[in-house]
Design a protein around this ligand. Structure first.
Ligand SMILES: NC(=O)c1ccc[n+]([C@@H]2O[C@H](COP(=O)([O-])OP(=O)(O)OC[C@H]3O[C@@H](n4cnc5c(N)ncnc54)[C@H](O)[C@@H]3O)[C@@H](O)[C@H]2O)c1
Length: 301
């Protein structure tokens, strides 16, 4: 099997490339290295340093590509608020360019969507795939619009897709200096003896999933018949205060958290119903929060 991974130099995409290569896939990566890093790139992958929006993208398909994993994106909520045109350009136009190059050429597209961003503030918990869509940011809109393009391309061109609506992914290669990724930011700070800043009262909740589980779901989605949206998370609700307590325990840190103002445009509580993933992909997250944080601390050390 020959796979194209867009965003294969990024946090999640590069882990996906590693597992695909370990499973004997031939892997091609397209990445413009805007947030991804060359050192994340698996040496065995063929690399195209290219913008998703480039008309030359078709060149990548000159040798047969069986499956496309679309993991490249402008992935930061704050950037989407500051520059929604840029966000839409990369996430929507980039995806359409990829779909145009993929139609009639590949057997399946696996898309990294966002369970944290497309549903908005939940009407009920846990949130399943039938929950209404109401993103709170341009990023959430652009991530969701691509799901609609995928649905249309499946209908018109018979191009099957799975849109994996991920929870909050954490683990090795995540940027600990970014604006998002509370586990990476807190762990990095606490290992350095700095105080982590909790935005709001810390009782806001998320569904945190370890990166190895997240990419395993991608591999399953490529070979299973399932199409449409699928939540990929743990189904466990964890508050930011709880994250702080677990990191404190695992690192043995004695630094205290500092409380700051809440961030606007973020959901208050969310965790995802993962029954569809279990039924359709035979997939379930294996790594619990404490174990995931232990592994991440080891990696950072
Ligand atoms: N991290 C999470 O918790 C999370 C949750 C839900 C969904 N996602 C989605 O998963 C995917 C990967 O996210 P990540 O956290 O690994 O972020 P990341 O920024 O590490 O990865 C994105 C990759 O895409 C590349 N890229 C960006 N713009 C590009 C362009 N125009 N052309 C080619 N390559 C480009 C970047 O260089 C980077 O390697 C994204 O689609 C993101 O929306 C992430």
């Amino acid at each position: 099997m020959r796979a194209l991974v867009t965003g294969g130099a990024g946090f999640i995409g590069s882990s996906l490339v590693d597992i695909l290569i370990a499973e004997d896939y031939e892997v091609v990566v397209v990445d413009d290295l805007s947030t991804g890093k060359k050192q994340n790139l698996n040496q065995k992958a063929q690399f195209y340093s290219m913008d998703l929006r480039d008309k030359e993208l078709r060149r990548v398909f000159k040798d047969k590509v069986d499956v496309v994993f679309h993991y490249a994106a402008q992935a930061r909520v704050r950037v989407s608020l500051e520059d929604p045109m840029f966000d839409a350009g990369v996430n929507i136009n980039g995806a359409v360019n990829l779909l145009e190059a993929s139609k009639g050429e590949v057997d399946k597209i696996v898309y990294a969507s966002s369970g944290g961003a497309v549903y908005g503030e939940p009407e009920y918990l846990p949130v399943d795939e039938n929950h209404r869509i109401a993103p709170l940011s341009p990023y959430g809109v652009s991530k969701y619009i691509v799901e609609e393009y995928l649905r249309v391309y499946q209908g018109i061109y018979g191009l099957p897709y799975a849109a994996l609506r991920y929870g909050n992914v954490y683990g090795p290669r995540q940027d600990p200096y970014g604006e998002a990724g509370v586990i990476a930011i807190f762990t990095n700070k606490m290992l350095r003896g700095e105080n982590p800043v909790i935005n709001g009262d810390g009782e806001q909740t998320r569904d945190f999933i370890y990166v190895s589980d997240a990419v395993e779901a991608g591999v399953r989605a490529a070979v299973k018949k399932a199409t449409g949206p699928i939540n990929i998370a743990t189904g466990v609700e964890t508050s930011v205060n709880e994250i702080y307590r677990v990191i404190k325990k695992v690192t043995g840190s004695d630094v205290e958290a500092v409380y700051g103002p809440a961030i606007k445009g973020e959901v208050n509580r969310i965790f995802l119903d993962v029954q569809r993933a279990e039924k359709a992909l035979g997939w379930k997250a294996k790594v619990g929060l404490e174990e995931g944080i232990e592994r991440f601390v080891e990696y950072l050390k």
